[in-house]
Ligand binder design. Sequence first.
Ligand code: ASP
Length: 442
Amino acid sequence: MGVKVVKFGGSSLADAGQMKKAADIIKADKNRRYVVPSAPGKRFSDDIKVTDLLYKCYGLAEKGDDFSEVLEEIHSRYREIISGLGMDFSIDEDIKIIEADFKKRFGSNYAASRGEYLNGKVLAAYLGFPFVDAAEVIFFSADGSLDQEKTAQALRNALADKEYAVIPGFYGCGADGYVRTFSRGGSDVTGSIVAGAVRASLYENWTDVSGFLVADPRIVKNPEPIRTITYTELRELSYMGASVLHEEAIFPVRSAGIPINIKNTNDPSAPGTMIVPESHDEEVSAYTITGIAGKKNFSAINLHKDRMNSQIGFCRDVLDVLAENGICIEHMPSSIDSMTVIIDSAHIDGKQDEIVTQIRKRVKPDDIYVEEGIALVAVVGRGMCRTRGVAARIFAALAHARINVKMIDQGSSELNVIVGVNEEDFEQAIRCIYDIFVTAAK
Ligand code: ASP
């Protein structure tokens, strides 16, 4: 086995006890060489993450208000970790520098990044690994996207002579030379970038759940875990609301063909979920489907016009109106004389009447009306294209549960079937699809 890059999330490093678990995991396998930590997360459900305390603290500093109390709260979180680990180590000097930098208005990105920076220093000292500041190895371009080449080169140079290292997650250096962060949860992205740069054999992402589940546990009771999922399937499920990993974390490892293993710090022997390239996957899920996810709050713009199919440019004109209003479309089922455009309701909030008027003017439909309160449910599985009767089972289950299907869409990859239902039927739709594929197969 080659190099493993391991990322630990905030809940895995929230206090000394969790930090010790993480360190034991790292030490248990000498291939776990490069470690990417988050900032300390929540210790209990209504606790506050250090990152959120930093945003709050900087908010006060920016207004010129006294921020010493919040800074002391942050400092004490680290002091507790350090003393709980029995370390002879201090971050007092760093806190002084942070205080001065806040007064100099170094920006909220810089402020938020200090959670990972300090945690990285503590963890590196505890493990006895060198600390590599992410601001020296992760670079952004002027447009805010990652400067891939410069980053990969800098990471390789910095790590060439280091067998082990801790590289804090979530931030890097912006094109203007100031610290810049990824979006929230971005340490997942740092881990993936490091894994890609050192051509790791595996990217382990340690969190507080044993991987992905076939369905949302708030909807389905004790859903089965997903053992293996491909990058593409994961993209489909995350887009539809399944969240364990930052959406952007797939790309750097995907292009290098490196698998990701989602693991649970509180249950390290559980296999978790393996996210693999399409070509690596021999094992197809026992349930034909890999996962079910969905989202509420969609709207449908329904249009009807006699002989619509022979009016050249009808669809294009409708889509033009939406594009001109900056609205992206999710799905577009159509028939001979009618078409429906499904969009995220938040995108047409407050603009609905105006858009309907513009479409009326442009294509003169016989009828146009907007329907709100639609939920989309995605049934995803690489095994679906090889199995007959998948659609039949989905729709039989929905019909049996007396759920009216408002829209059907099967992607050309045959990797997913998306159904639109009324929002009131959303949870029941997911439960009955889960039952027919998973409960019935057990
Ligand atoms: N600490 C950051 C956040 O809370 C980044 C991360 O945890 O990945 O979003």
